[in-house]
Design a protein around this ligand. Sequence first.
Ligand code: SAH
Ligand code: SF4
Length: 356
Amino acid sequence: MDAAKLKAALEERNEPKFRLKQVLKAVYQDGIGSYEAMTAIPAALRRELAEAVPLSSVAAATVKVSADGRAHKAALRLYDKKLIESVLLKPKPGAHWTTCISSQVGCAMGCTFCATGLMGLKRNLTAEEIADQVVFWRRYMRENKIKGRLSNVVYMGMGEPLHAIGPVLESLKILLDPERLGLAARHVSVSTVGIVPGMERFLEEFPQVNLALSLHAADDKTRTKLVPVNQAYPLKDLKRVLAYAIKRTGRKIFLEYVLLAGENDRVEHARELAKFVRSVDRKDLLHVNLIVWNPTDTRHEKPTKEAAQRFKDYLQLRGVSVTIRKNLGTDIDGACGQLITETPRIPSARKGKKRR
Ligand code: SAH
Ligand code: SF4
């Protein structure tokens, strides 16, 4: 919701000061889905607010639930009918819930292994649209009597959060504001493909929020092939910004590495990655998350479990802190890189290649 608009509407009606807090709490924390249901508020005011200040900028088009009930994926409709996707996940039984939110409709970065990248960029989301995805899931959990707390948010859905950084920084304020979503900064993570100026600004303004850098290769030739924006911000720039991040935050930084069979999963790639990690001061603060590629098209191949394990073992033996990230929600196309709201445009040259 637009909290500034709500504040103005309440002031216009000479409502007492506590009213703003009351409505914000109902929407952001309690997951109340309509003014009608806010029974502590006078009925006439509820009717007026329903006209004047929409409760949410996103509306569910569809929701899919994985067989194990630990991944829920929503397609959310925006005011201009565009669709985004957002996912609610329980990483481990008994753990708190995490939501994976989108920052753009599509993405301009064009990473070759990512379904969102194939869409191109349609538009940036507003801060309100970004934060309302979390509000949506709080409400969904309440309405569907889903037990547990939604306490973690990752900016790992559609889009590159540090591309159009303004609305993303604004949305972080909404997430961390105790009167709105009230999340702990250490429970929020932003994942970036490595837009250096955006990373610098993010680190300046939100040093307590977790940062994940999607690396995918530690030599420029391989990385540029997979992540075209590497041409603008090559590895030497990323090293510099990682050193700055460590100095500024003193916190652990995550390196995301999607494994693609034959392309970046061989021993020479692991060697480069170990070298990269070791070259950064305080390598103890870097943690590598290996992600086995979720097939989204026919241009790449998924590595075997054994290949992923070998890659991990190689790094571990060389003192790199590393895990293979478990993919949740693949059966509902709700895993990383599978977020997409239209048919991808797969470059035609290799269209015929058989999917494994
Ligand atoms: N644009 C940001 C955040 C969104 S992507 C970024 O690139 O970091 C979130 C994560 O999913 C990234 O680490 C990305 O590399 C990974 N990802 C993208 N496509 C994937 C796929 N098909 N399989 C597995 N992970 C993928
Ligand atoms: Fe964009 Fe991230 Fe996908 Fe790359 S991996 S295309 S940056 S969403």
